[in-house]
Write a protein that binds this ligand. Sequence first.
Ligand SMILES: [Zn+2]
Length: 208
Amino acid sequence: MGANCCHDVKFDGMDPAYKRALIWVILINAGMFLVEMPMGFVGQSQALKADALDFLGDTFTYAISLAVIGKAASLRAKAALAKGVSLLLMGIWVLASTIYSVFYQPQPEAIIMGSIGFAALVANLLSVLFLLRFKDGDANVRSVWLCSRNDAIGNIMVMLAASGVWASGTGWPDLIVAAIMASLFLWSALSIIQQSIGELRQHRMDTD
Ligand SMILES: [Zn+2]
């Protein structure tokens, strides 16, 4: 789930095996974004679209981690700011289209929602397996766990929404879960933006 999600995961390792693991995790997350977002359209599910945003955010996170290994802190803050702004725009779009869906009431496909939600859960667990081999400090292990746990909660919420849609024969469970997830996601994007602006200011003061 978007809130408190993986934007604080920091690794400083130069280990080539670690870089390889990061590349795998980037591919898994980017791949799942490219599957879940279109399936959100096919299955008319806002919750899938909202959950897909998290894969995009994590793709950015790990790509930035990989790109800035050994580089200046200000570069990292600039990359984080760009990430925060793009996530904010996508979050606004998902939330706005969820509100719009309240009025035209699409009928989401429970089977698509449930199976893609399950695939997303597997993808997240797989990412954890790749990353946990590189625990080089308690803080890292903790942030990987927290982030994966939040993501798993998001995936399970999508599956719960799928069973709700199936049981009720309406799209309401999908819209409610999507609205919650998109709001948490917006909140998290705003905090990334705020934090990176703070870091950039701090950096400017340090260099002046
Ligand atoms: Zn995540």
